[in-house]
Design a protein around this ligand. Structure first.
Ligand code: SAH
Ligand code: SF4
Ligand code: F3S
Length: 582
């Protein structure tokens, strides 16, 4: 591989290391010169696989690229730079990546400037980077999850040395703040609260690909959320592989419950969080969720298995009974709370009886949604070393049976919804029909309903009229124009600028000295007109001079100056409102 410079390769032993303390780095983005010149007039496309952590990484990489001068491409075919952001959680996620890289061969051969990079969790596995570089000679850059803040420098080195590069470090990870970001959605946003994972469930690769569990400072999280509220975002999802662990590393009493409450108080209309581990779900968390109406009553609570022995072998730290007890506590404290889950079937040596425990647990809990997976051995994890006696056929058979039970539970919730009206955050417009919207209820149900595209980004009442397996059909219960008017009125009454304007106006109306100047100005104007009609030039000039000095006094009067400042501050808001109503 003479064309490839290997700067660093991943090492699973290093990835397990939890001794190094994370540093807090406040990033200052500097665009290196060759990258800046290269980016001019070029476009990028990022193709992301995997979970929300990867989606958020895509937004941050987009931020870096846009600071450098790249623009988002209209399609992947049109892009000059493509980054494939990979997931390693299961074998099939990895197979998809190889297929994806292959798609860019022709483009790369045709255009020597075309740049292809592969990054993300899969690159953190031993062997993956080298395999990609040797099997796909048109890949120019391979980097890992910890190298992301170095994206522009890596690109610079590739351009300067005219070499392809592999740079994948394995270390517990730092916390990098002030990251640039270009968000993919303008009404729903993800906000990281923790990075990494220290749980080391025996089947899972994530603790190796994402490093140690580390929390972002509360102030940094709140600043990011505040900004989103100001920008008019309607939903924030707080992200972490394990949100319940938030703040434990600070050892100062900070907990997930405290940050959840602080964010809820910022007034974002919808607040979600994921993922919660059933092991350390506190009562304090339940109380906060129950207390704030803007915290969505919907908890993703991965059970993985319904059998205590399986859970022990998986390293999950709770029993079937513990889990069911938590479900009971949730339903007691938060009536009607939706529950969703992740389940793995066919963990090594899972018996039929153990699998049946998962089925009965699902029947009992009746999840609102469940993501079901067949166990996939991940090299380097403890479970991958276990000799497995369950055949592929049995695993698939169990998977199909599980799906039926899960579907029955999901359907029972859907049926109950028919005829009732729910708030839906309209976040999508049908590609085929601009008169059709889609969005989610508080419990995470997808609803399709007829409605004008300008309602995108609004929370609207929708009556469910039909249920389908994984989505519902609804009818809008409000006149769309009323929604817009409400929005404009709310905007005007909420915005600080309009409050300041109202106060400045009140002071202006009540100030006697301003009223006196205004009267005197009117007087002088009258005299100017009289003198003009009598061709009294001298009198006219005198009255005009008087008027001019009064006008100057008026303009400089603090109450008037304050009103003018408030007016110009209000202007952009009025424009925004006019746009809403257009
Ligand atoms: N941190 C989250 C999610 C991690 S990955 C959590 O703990 O819930 C998302 C899901 O992928 C997991 O919940 C698990 O159900 C599944 N998963 C992880 N490793 C897997 C493996 N080796 N094979 C099959 N499914 C796996
Ligand atoms: Fe993986 Fe377990 Fe950590 Fe979730 S909690 S990311 S399943 S190791
Ligand atoms: Fe996949 Fe990495 Fe997320 S392995 S599930 S993208 S943390």
């Amino acid at each position: 591989m003479g064309r490839v410079v290997v700067k660093s390769l991943p090492d699973m032993k290093q990835a397990r290391n939890r001794t190094l303390r994370p540093s807090l780095i406040r990033e200052e983005v500097v665009v290196p010169p060759l990258t800046k010149a290269f980016a001019e007039g070029k476009t990028y496309h990022i193709k992301t696989f995997g979970c929300q952590a990867n989606v958020r990484d895509e937004e941050i990489m987009s931020g870096y690229l846009e600071v450098a001068g790249f623009k988002r491409a209209s399609s992947e075919e049109a892009a000059d730079l493509v980054i494939i952001n990979t997931c390693a959680v299961r074998e099939n996620a990895e197979e998809k990546v190889y297929g994806e890289i292959g798609k860019f061969k022709a483009h790369s051969l045709k255009d020597p400037e075309f740049t292809l990079a592969v990054c993300g969790c899969m690159m953190q596995e031993e062997g993956a980077a080298k395999k990609i570089m040797s099997s796909y000679p048109y890949v120019n850059l391979v980097f890992g999850t910890h190298n992301m803040p170095n994206l522009l420098n890596l690109l610079e080195e590739h351009l300067a040395r005219k070499k392809d590069l592999i740079d994948v470090i394995s270390f517990p990870g730092d916390i990098v703040e002030n990251l640039p970001s270009s968000r993919l959605d303008d009404c729903k946003a993800y906000v990281n609260i923790t990075y990494g994972c220290d749980k080391f469930c025996t089947y899972c690769i994530v603790p190796y690909t994402r490093g140690r569990e580390r929390s972002r400072a509360k102030e940094d999280i709140l600043k990011e959320c505040e900004e989103l509220v100001k920008q008019g975002y309607k939903e924030i999802t707080l992200l972490g592989q394990n949100v319940n662990s938030y703040g434990k590393d600070f050892k100062d009493g900070t907990s997930f419950a405290t940050i959840l409450e602080d964010v809820a108080k910022l007034g974002i209309p919808r607040l979600r969080f994921m993922t919660s581990h059933p092991w350390d779900f506190s009562d304090e968390m339940l109380e906060v969720i129950a207390k704030y109406p803007n915290i969505m009553k919907c908890i993703h609570l991965p059970v993985q298995s319904g059998n205590t022995e399986m859970l022990r072998l998986m390293g999950r730290r709770y029993s079937r009974e513990d889990y069911l007890d938590l479900v009971r506590r949730i339903r007691e404290k938060i009536p009607g709370c939706a529950l969703t889950t992740d389940i793995i079937v066919g963990f090594p040596n899972e018996t039929e009886e153990q699998f049946l425990d998962t089925l009965t647990l699902c029947e009992q809990v009746k999840y609102d949604a469940a993501f079901t997976f067949i166990y996939s051995p991940r090299k380097g994890t403890p479970a991958a070393a276990i000799n497995d006696n369950v055949s592929d056929k049995d695993k698939h058979d169990r998977f199909d049976r599980l799906l039926k039970v899960v579907e029955a539970g999901v359907m029972s919730h859907s049926k109950e919804m028919v005829g009732k009206t729910y708030d839906v955050l309209a976040d999508g417009v049908s590609k085929k029909d601009a008169g059709r919207l889609s969005g989610y209820t508080e419990s995470g149900k997808l609803v399709n309903f007829p409605g004008p595209s300008y309602l995108k980004g609004h929370i609207v009442p929708v009556k469910i009229v039909e249920d389908h397996a994984f989505s519902m059909i609804g009818e809008l219960q409000v006149d769309p124009i009323i929604v817009l008017l409400d929005d404009a009125a709310q905007k005007l009454s909420r915005e600080e600028a309009s409050i300041r304007f109202k106060e400045a106006m009140k002071a202006y109306r009540e100030d006697e000295s301003v009223a006196k100047i205004r009267d005197d100005m009117e007087d002088a104007q009258k005299r100017m007109m009289e003198c003009a009609s009598k061709s009294d030039d001298e009198g006219y000039q005198k009255a005009k001079n008087e008027y001019m000095s009064l006008a100057d006094l008026y303009k400089k009067h603090p109450v008037v100056a304050n009103l003018a400042a408030a007016e110009s501050e209000l202007e952009p808001l009025l424009k925004e409102v006019a746009e809403i109503l257009e």
